[in-house]
Design a protein around this ligand. Structure first.
Ligand SMILES: C[S@@+](CC[C@H](N)C(=O)[O-])C[C@H]1O[C@@H](n2cnc3c(N)ncnc32)[C@H](O)[C@@H]1O
Length: 243
């Protein structure tokens, strides 16, 4: 999962498919600041290639990232050179400091396997939250909104490289199995093909909300944004719900 081949193509493919990381970072920063106007420090959990982090770096005084895949983190280092990056697993978050904002974007939270992991991970997010801080989680599709089968495909040309990404997702109970195939062609280099497999948990909206509550956080769900997946905002003391 998220090896070097994937890391190299990740931003090119998602941006070419219309994902606007700058706009998403601005939206999340705006929602955080509406609840915590002086928010200055941010941790992006499962930051991937740093595609949000590089924009968060323009919007917050100090930004940090945490990422499991070394290949993805190498890209993040280049994308957000001012950010402190931590290699590690969000399930064992123990950074010894706190942040005004903690984000976890683009469904990364769904790599957690069950509600016990979801609850303990959100509890550790809460433990890393500075007083008045806000957690923002961009979830994967809910069990109730996920499709039984889903196919997507895009071909993009960037510079001399033409890339095709085709994905097939299948739901099995509370799990979404996604297989992604990549074909990359470049004059002089020929054609390369590789595939990756992802297993994502389909939590219900109520399970997310319960896990935030069990972590001692008040949570609100903002629907419609993040390509329809929505966004959870949570804090201690109910400002997330009021903002
Ligand atoms: C869909 S990508 C999202 C990356 C980035 N947040 C974005 O919006 O482009 C999911 C990321 O989660 C990371 N990841 C998966 N499980 C993780 C874990 N347990 N702890 C930390 N990162 C994890 C993967 O390595 C990958 O970079």
């Amino acid at each position: 999962m998220y090896g070097p081949g994937m890391a190299e193509l990740y931003d090119l493919l998602h941006e070419a498919r219309g994902k606007d990381y700058r706009a998403e970072a601005a939206t999340v920063a705006g929602l955080v600041r509406a609840r915590s106007p002086r928010a200055a420090t941010l941790l992006d959990v499962a930051c991937g290639t740093g595609a949000h982090l590089r924009h968060f770096a323009e919007l917050f005084d100090k930004v940090e990232g945490l990422e499991l895949s070394e290949a993805m983190m190498a890209r993040a280092r280049a994308a957000a050179p001012g950010a402190v990056l931590h290699g590690g697993d969000m399930r064992d978050l123990a950074l010894g400091r706190s942040y005004d904002a903690i984000t976890c974007m683009f469904g990364s939270i769904a790599y957690l396997e069950d509600t016990a992991e979801l609850a303990s991970t959100l509890r550790s997010f809460a433990e890393h939250l500075a007083p008045g801080g806000v957690v923002a989680v961009d979830p994967w599709w809910f069990l109730e909104t996920s499709l039984e089968h889903h196919v997507s495909g895009d071909t993009v040309t960037v510079g001399r490289r033409t890339m095709t990404r085709v994905s097939y997702s299948e739901r099995e109970g509370r799990t979404s199995h996604m297989v992604v195939h990549y074909v990359v062609a470049e004059p002089g280099s020929g054609v390369q093909h590789f595939a990756e497999r992802h297993t994502l948990t389909l939590f219900t909206r109520a399970e997310y909300e319960e896990a935030f509550t069990r972590a001692g956080l008040d949570v609100v769900y903002v629907g419609g944004i993040q390509s329809g997946r929505g966004l959870f905002l949570a804090d201690r003391g109910g400002r997330a719900a009021r903002g």
